[in-house]
Structure formats: C-alpha cells, structure tokens
Design a protein around this ligand. Structure first.
Ligand SMILES: *Cc1c(COP(=O)(O)O)cnc(C)c1O
Length: 339
C-alpha cells in the first residue's frame, strides 16, 4: 500500500517503540514526568524560547495558544486557508469565543499591509484585534514555505499594534530542512509556536507549544481545563524525542520524493497544473473534462491511497513510511495510468 493521504498515517518504527518502552515516566500534571520535562526543555532550547508544554495534538496546542492570547469577542487574524480556522472543529469559537478575520492571498500567505488593513481601530462597534496566526509550512498551500521578509514585516506590524503572533508550525521542521532557515532567528518572530511530532517526524502522538515562562504557565492551566493534562505520558514524549534524533534530516528524502512525483504528474496529459513543490506535499489539478474522484478510484485499485481536495484537485503527502522504491513504483503507475 502506498498511502499518500496524509503524513499522519506513519506507524512508529521498531526503534521508536523501543525508545517508548524504555522511557522514564512520572505524573506530568505534577510536572514529574522526566521524559516530558526533557522534551519540553529540549524543544524550547532548540528554538530559543523560555518554555514548552507537551500537548496531545497540534489542534490542542493551537487552541491553547489562541485561548491564552485572547478574550472572548476578540479578533484573530489569519489566512482563509488556516488550519486553525478550517480544520479544528470550530475550536476557536468553541473554546475561546473569538471572531476571525480571514485574509485572502494564494497558498495561505499574506503580507504586513493585509494585516495592517485588517486591524480594527478602538471603537465600541468593533471586536478587539488581538492575535495574528501564521502557518508554516502552509497545509492548504501545498506545503508552501513563507517568505522570511514577509514574516518579519508582519512581526513589526504586530508590535506596532500590540498584537500577539502565533505560529502553527505543524510542519515547521519540513521548512527548516528544506531551506536551512536558522530556527532561533525564525522563532524570534513569534510569541507562541506549535510544533507537531505526529506528522512527517513519524511519532504516534504529540505537539509542543512554546512561549515565554508566563505564557506557558497560563497554557498549563488551560491544557488542564481542556482535559489535556496527561499523567505517565513520557512514553509519548520519548517517541517525539526519538523523532528529533532520527527523523529530522530524513525529511529531505520526502521532499525529493515529492519533487520527482510532481515531475511525472506535470508530464501527464490528464493533469492541467501541478502547484510548486516546496516540501512534502503535492497539490495538482486535472483538466476540466476530468474528475479527481475518478483518478482516486483508479489509484486505489493499484493500492495507492490519496484524497481529492476539490472536484478537480488531488493532494499527495510524502512521509516516513513511503520508501524510494515505492516512489519509483508509483511513478511507473502514474506514467501508465489512463483516465
Ligand atoms: C495536522 C495539522 C495540525 C494539527 O493537527 P492534529 O491532528 O491535531 O495534530 C495543525 N496545523 C496544521 C497546518 C496541520 O497540518
């Protein structure tokens, strides 16, 4: 089976399972789990942040961050494509009671001037603009990487207007590996960052939310209230720790795989456009007289799984459990497939 539906479908390797098996554990609500404490410290130190908190999912770490930055009624500024807006079950409204101002722009990107235009002046009619959230890499943008200068300019705008800035960094490591961005100077742009281990890094569970000491103190209270205070969860942290040791550099293989598949797709007569591939995600469109679902069905008959993300749009996601041999095989299938 070649499962390209998501980079969440990976299964822990034998070596990762061994690391989990051997993890030292304690009660993490008491902050006595040595494996979790070590992971939080490691990730915070790596990004030059004061503190980190281990959460059960990227959704949870994003939603905790939104709750910690805002009051009910406040306005969160983000892209129309943002995961926090589209794919977290309406959590922003459910948990934080906030409103969203969605910015247009391709690939989920926007610029400082868009933020500037969205910020509301102090007037009783308006919600209070409080938080700007970016997503890097951009999921709906096909794993696209943000321009560093744009991020720095948005940061300046946020500072000028006293807005907090959050990063949904579910796939930030894909970015760091793809273009060698310095993680410490990158992280300086953000008041809070959510980093996932359950995507390309191949751990079964877990994200870390980063921020200042005071922010993480607040986040810890919110995590408890959300029901996310886990006890002997050090086994999960051990998997994330293992992923940091062994699965970061190899993300480059996923990126190379994605590029080679994109090339084959680009030459297929039924494909009208392949979006630029920055990292591990390929988004492509089929011609107007074709249906994405038809190709998905044909592929599944060849034991290739993928999602249609629109009537003529398909997404492939590369990850740890797709080998180079499988990519070669897939490319052969794609070259021959007629539809
Ligand atoms: C996967 C993902 C998340 C978090 O998802 P969980 O399944 O809750 O871990 C957040 N943001 C983006 C962009 C994602 O792709």
């Amino acid at each position: 089976m070649i499962d390209l539906r998501s980079d969440t479908v990976t299964r822990p390797t034998e070596a990762m399972r061994n690391a989990m098996h051997q993890a030292a554990v304690g009660d993490d609500v008491f902050q006595e789990d040595p494996s979790i404490n070590a992971l939080e410290k490691r990730v915070a130190h790596f990004f030059g942040k004061e503190k980190g908190i281990f959460c059960s999912s990227g959704t949870m770490s994003n939603q905790i961050a939104i709750k910690a930055h805002t009051q009910p009624g406040d306005q969160v500024i983000c892209s129309w494509a943002a995961h926090i807006y589209n794919y977290e079950g309406g959590g922003m409204a459910m948990h934080s009671g906030v409103t969203a101002k969605l910015l247009e722009g391709s690939s989920g990107f926007f610029k400082a001037q868009d933020v500037e235009a969205a910020i509301l002046r102090d007037d009783v009619h308006y919600p209070v603009s409080r938080l700007v959230a970016l997503e890097d890499t951009s999921n709906k943008g096909g794993g696209a990487i943000w321009n560093l200068k744009d991020i720095a300019e948005i940061k300046k705008t946020c500072e000028a207007h006293n807005l907090a800035m959050h990063l949904d960094g579910a796939r930030l490591f894909n970015r760091l590996v793809a273009d060698g961005t310095d993680e410490i100077s990158y992280a300086k742009n953000f008041d809070s960052m959510s980093i996932c281990f359950s995507k390309g890094l191949g751990a079964p569970v877990g994200s870390v939310l980063l921020g200042t000491d005071a922010f993480i103190h607040k986040a810890r209270r919110i995590r408890k209230a959300f029901g996310g205070g886990m006890r002997q969860a050090g086994m999960l942290a051990a998997a994330a720790n293992y992923a940091l040791d062994h699965h970061v550099e190899r993300l480059a293989e996923d990126h190379a795989h994605a590029k080679s598949i994109a090339e084959v797709l680009g030459a297929h007569p039924a494909v009208s456009e392949v979006m630029p591939v920055d990292t591990n995600i390929i988004i492509f469109h089929v011609h107007a007289d074709k249906k994405a679902d038809d190709l998905i069905k044909l592929l599944s008959e060849k034991r290739v799984l993928a999602f249609a993300t629109g009537p003529r749009t398909i997404r492939f996601v590369l990850h740890l459990d797709i080998s180079s041999a499988q990519v070669e095989n897939l490319n052969k299938i794609l070259k021959k497939i007629e539809f």
